[in-house]
Design a binder for this molecule. Structure first.
Ligand SMILES: *Cc1c(COP(=O)(O)O)cnc(C)c1O
Length: 367
């Protein structure tokens, strides 16, 4: 037991002196919205996605929603998504007027199963939206091949996976578009913020119009658009964090390697061949009483989290009209929701923290 030592939280967002100084500098400059900091942030972020066009927006959810709006879906158009994700993934489909179709996940990686995805394609399917869950790239080689064979758009939900890669190719560089989040608990943040990455210049222009009331030139509106602009304060904070991302990613990966090597009695994360996992979450499987397991960790001063306890297809907005669960058969999704538990993995963990996490998990697992 840990006695009086402070609890290790499941996540710890960084707002350091550099972030504060950057925010103050922008506030004093008077150029606070969609100005030079946003332009510089877009420019710098493109280095993460093979030089693709980058369009900054005010959240990760906005990034997904704007991208799906830009697909001009017709009523009844379907987008295949995993149900084992944050609700924003499926919310974005609905907000853009589409129908989310849920496909099951691979038990090892927790990511969209390409075979289940293939089986979910119908004549109404227009897009596939894989999520790089917990920071591990989805099976993009197989998903891209499937999308090409059926002429479908691919929108990557990369909200948890900044700088993750498959066979050396970064997430956000595979599909028509990649969508990143800069929410405080993500691997890097801008308080609130998001980024859309695309290799298609025309699509990027459309996203920029949709982001700003349909205008490129002020008051010369070309299409109907929203206001999803990012502030320069947020962009300046994001730029500071982007500069630290590589170091943070390496620390997350070395923290994960330590836990992999030392945890006993639980299933540690499975990393797919060729995948660079950036460990937004370090997620184990606990069979048996997960609540008791989590309580045991809490008693020992180790915070943990369940992402996500309820699969999206079981959340109220995604039930059928009579309130029952739709036609979905998602056994791996349901099993994962019952078993997953995420341990602290953030870059600020000390060696002592890591030892405490191992000791607590192994004790509670009875290993
Ligand atoms: C965080 C997250 C989002 C939404 O990002 P926000 O910036 O919070 O709007 C979307 N999808 C996934 C998988 C996420 O984890």
């Amino acid at each position: 037991m840990t006695g009086s030592r402070a609890t290790i939280p499941p996540a710890r967002p960084v707002i350091g002196e550099e972030e504060i100084a950057a925010a103050v500098r922008v506030l004093r400059s008077g150029m606070v919205v969609q100005g030079p900091e946003v332009a510089a942030f877009e420019q710098e972020f493109s280095a993460l996605v093979e030089g693709r066009h980058c369009v900054a927006v005010n959240s990760g959810t906005s990034a997904l929603q704007l991208t799906l709006l830009a697909l001009d879906m017709k009523p009844g158009d379907e987008v295949i998504v995993p149900s084992f994700s944050f609700a924003a993934t499926a919310n974005a489909v609905r907000l853009a007027g589409g129908v989310p179709v849920f496909a099951d996940i691979e038990p090892g990686t927790f990511n969209l199963d390409p075979d289940a995805t293939a089986a979910a394609i119908t004549p109404r399917t227009v897009a596939i939206m894989p999520v790089h869950l917990y920071g591990q790239p989805a099976a993009m080689d197989r998903i891209m091949a499937l999308a090409e064979a059926h002429s479908l758009a691919v929108v990557e939900d990369a909200a948890q996976a900044h700088a993750a890669a498959l066979n050396g190719k970064p997430v956000g560089s595979f599909g028509l578009a990649g969508c990143f989040s800069f929410y405080p608990t993500k691997n890097m943040h801008s308080l609130e913020g998001g980024m859309i990455t695309t290799g298609d210049a025309e699509f990027a222009r459309k996203l920029r119009l949709l982001r700003n009331q349909g205008m490129e030139q002020r008051y010369q509106n070309e299409i109907v658009g929203a206001n999803m602009r990012l502030t320069d304060v947020a962009a300046a904070i994001g730029r500071v964090q982007l500069g630290k991302l590589d170091g943070w990613t390496e620390k997350r990966r070395s923290n994960a390697a330590y836990l992999d090597a030392n945890l006993k009695g639980v299933t540690v994360p499975v990393v797919a061949e060729g995948a660079k996992h950036v460990y937004h979450q370090y997620t184990i499987r606990v069979t048996g009483d997960r609540d008791a397991f989590q309580a045991g960790l809490t008693e020992r001063g180790v915070g943990s989290g369940v992402y996500y306890p309820t699969p999206i297809h079981r959340l109220r907005p995604f039930l059928t009209e009579d309130g029952s669960v739709g036609p979905w058969k998602l056994p791996e999704t349901d099993k994962a929701a019952d078993e997953v538990l995420s341990l602290p993995i953030m870059p600020s963990l000390t060696d002592e923290d890591l030892e405490r996490i191992v000791e607590a998990v192994n004790e509670v697992a009875g290993a």
